[in-house]
Design a protein around this ligand. Structure first.
Ligand SMILES: Cc1cc2nc3c(=O)[nH]c(=O)nc-3n(C[C@H](O)[C@H](O)[C@H](O)COP(=O)(O)O)c2cc1C
Length: 193
């Protein structure tokens, strides 16, 4: 099987865009030997923290765990189906949780804002030369239980962060997904005017 190169996975954009965006993609084949620095992991959460939000309500909270910790293992256990197969090789897992209410004030754009925080985190991951893969396939109650989360903190997604593994060590069922065709709807179909 031919291994994907950066050129293969580079997003075939209709119009040139910033390299960090053009080269972003979501692999599953991570290098199980790669370790992420604590400060690098914190910088990813810091990027999320500085995302814009409606009225600066910041309706989010995060759990960041590096591979080799009990917290990391708890998050893997909460993942669904195939997500449990490839995430153990990630260098870190980050839970993105919504916090709809702070100090009695309800945020109005919670999911929109949380998505922006995740997008900002993803760009910081790319800046670090790493890759991010977000997941909705997990059991929120398992995260809630493992981390004793209060009712007002709602886990929404999990982001795997790591170094893409181009070696032959990656299992074929993971490699197959990473070499599958990636694409988008044409810009002309999306641009209403
Ligand atoms: C909210 C959200 C949930 C996702 N859930 C999963 C998931 O559970 N498992 C998985 O392997 N990928 C998941 N993905 C990754 C998407 O399938 C992926 O981003 C999409 O196919 C586009 O590929 P690209 O990121 O490489 O451009 C999710 C992405 C997002 C944004």
């Amino acid at each position: 099987m031919t291994l994907p190169t950066l050129t293969d996975v580079r997003n075939r954009t209709d119009v040139a865009i910033a390299p960090l965006l053009a080269e972003r993609w979501s692999p599953r084949g991570f290098d199980a030997d790669h370790q992420i620095d604590r400060d690098d992991l914190l910088s990813i959460v810091e990027a999320a923290r500085w995302a814009p939000s409606a009225g600066n309500t910041q309706p989010w909270a995060f759990i960041a765990a590096r591979r080799g910790t009990a917290e990391f293992d708890s998050i893997v256990t909460a993942l669904a189906g195939f997500n449990q197969a490839w995430t153990p090789a990630a260098s870190a897992l980050i839970v993105f949780a919504a916090v709809p209410e702070r100090a009695g004030k309800m945020a109005a754009w919670v999911d929109y804002d949380l998505g922006q925080a995740a997008a900002h985190a993803t760009m910081q991951v790319e800046y670090l030369g790493l890759r991010a893969h977000q997941m909705g396939g997990f059991k929120p109650d398992a995260i809630r239980e493992a981390f004793n989360l209060p009712a007002g903190v709602v886990p929404k997604t999990v982001m795997a962060v790591g170094q893409f593994d181009t070696s032959a060590d990656v299992a074929p069922e993971i490699r197959q997904r990473d070499t599958a065709e990636r694409g988008r709807l044409p810009l002309t179909d999306l641009l209403i005017r």
